[in-house]
Design a protein around this ligand. Sequence first.
Ligand code: SF4
Ligand code: SF4
Length: 230
Amino acid sequence: MTNLSTAIKAELTRLGADMVGFGDLTILPSDMRGDLPVGISVGIRVPPDIVCGIAEAPTLEYWDYYHSGQDALDKLADASADFVRSLGFEAIALTRNNVKFVGALRSALPYKTVATRAGLGWIGKCDLLATEQFGTAVWFSAILTDAPLDCAKPITESKCGDCTVCRDACPAGAISGKLWNVELDRDGFFDAAKCAAVTKVRANELIGVDYPLCGKCIAVCPRTKQALLN
Ligand code: SF4
Ligand code: SF4
């Protein structure tokens, strides 16, 4: 790895990232990536106590973390972009207020796409980014840049194999069980509208939160459970 890549990875880790990867985005349309060629993917692990609490139903602790975790990710992305700019490169932090949507439940450049391009994981059957290190219990943000970083080999196939744990546990029946690959659109394996509709009703009934909050597919994933043991 070049000195530049090593220095950026070290600084982003110091700023709080649990996962950092660099992805070549040039196969994507230019307007989708702010005319910049590289995506830096940064992930923060969802705390184990929060994960353990949501195996059966959403909790108020998870609802609190839902905000504080996303705030932390935005701060991390902003600070990361500042650092990259301080080295003389362009950088755009894809914080929540910078994300463009192309549909009700679809962003123009999903964080998960950047993460797969950066070799950090694959899209699980539940449409979460699944990783070897933390299972599905890790949230992502991204920074777009023209810094000449060492980009990873992208992950283009699922590693979920025969596992159907999230499909079987999903209260919405939103998970078809079909394996993701880079050619397959989300709608081909996951029903995001069903997930949002059912989780909103459940969160309202169970904890009085008027928001589609669930997370069961984070907690039940065998790869998440394995990570909790480490
Ligand atoms: S968040 Fe809940 S409802 Fe949505 S896919 Fe995961 S388990 Fe199913
Ligand atoms: S529970 Fe199984 S199928 Fe679902 S994301 Fe985790 S490994 Fe993949």
